[in-house]
Design a protein around this ligand. Sequence first.
Ligand code: SAH
Length: 325
Amino acid sequence: MSVTDYGKVYLIGAGPGNPNYLTKKAERLIQRADIILVDRLVNPLILQYAKPNVEVIDVGKKPYAKHIQQQNINEQIIEAARHHQLVVRLKGGDPAIFGRVQEEIDALNEHDIQFEIVPGVTSASAAVATMNTGLTMRTIAKSVTFSTGHFKDSEENEVDISNLINGGTLAIYMGIKRLGKIIDQIKQYTDINYPIAIVFNASCFNEFVVTGYLSNIIQRLEQHHVEAKPGICIIGDVGEYVDYSRQTWPEHRPFYVISGEQQEALEICEYLYDKGFGCMVNPNQAKHIDYHPSQRTYYQNFINDQQDVIYISTSHFKQSIEQCI
Ligand code: SAH
C-alpha cells in the first residue's frame, strides 16, 4: 500500500481524566475520528465526544496484569489506518511521557503511515495543580525529573534520584507498587526525610491525595485502598507547600448518568466533573443516539463499576445546575 491508501493516525494525549483538561485539538479530533484505539487509563467520558457510531477499540494495557503486547497494539493501529481515514490513538496524560509513543511511531513509519502527536496534560502537572503547588519553585526546586518505577520486563532497575539529591523534584510514574524499594534506595544516598505526596486519579472525581514523608508514607498508604488505582508520587521540598483544600469534598458523592441531547449532556458533565462528581452521558437512551456496540459496552461497564448512580435528564438542569446537585 502507498501513503495515500492509509488514513492518518493521531497519537493524542487525553490528559489525566478530567474532560476539561482535554486540549481543543484533541477534542476536535475525537469528534471527527473514524475509529478510536484507547488505553485503559482514559476516562470513558472523554470518548463520548466521539460520533456515537464510531468503533472504540480498548487496547487496555493493564498495569500489574496480563497485557496485550505492544506489538499487538501496533498491528491494531496499522489495521485501523488501513480501513479508516482519521484514526485516533488515545493515550492517558501526555503520549510522550511514558506513553510508548516511539514504539508506535516506528511501526507507523515502517508502513509509511502519516501521523501527528497531540500533546496532553501529564499526570504530574495535574497532581500539583490539585495540590495548589508547583513542580518547580524558584528557590525550592530548580528542576524536575519525570521518572518511572516500572521497567521493561519488570527488571529491577534503580530510579534516577540524582536530581532529587541535588535539590530538584522527582515525579515517579508507575511507582506505587515498588514504592518501598524506591524509598530504601533514596535512603541509601541521603538522610533527608523528604516530603512525598501521592495523588491518585489526579483531576478525576475519585481523586485522593496521601501525603507524608519518606519515613511514614508506606504506613499511611496502608490506610487506603490503592490497588490498581493510578497514582503519581511527587517527592521533594515542593511537598512542604501542598495545600489539598479539595479534600473537603464529601466522601460519598453520587455518579450522574445524564440523558438528553448529547452536546447539552456533555456540557453538564464538564460542569459536574469540575465540581467533583463522576458523570457520563447515558449510553442507553436509544431514541436518538445509535451507539456502536463497542462504545455502548464500554460505557455501560464503567457505569456498572460506580456506586450511588443517579439517572437524570438534562431537563432537570435547565433551571440551575447548582440546585440539582
Ligand atoms: N502518559 C501518561 C503516563 C502513562 S504511565 C501521563 O503523561 O500521565 C501510567 C502512570 O501514569 C500511572 O501508573 C500513574 O503513575 C500515572 N497516571 C496516569 N494517570 C494518572 C492520574 N489520573 N492520576 C495519577 N497518576 C496517573
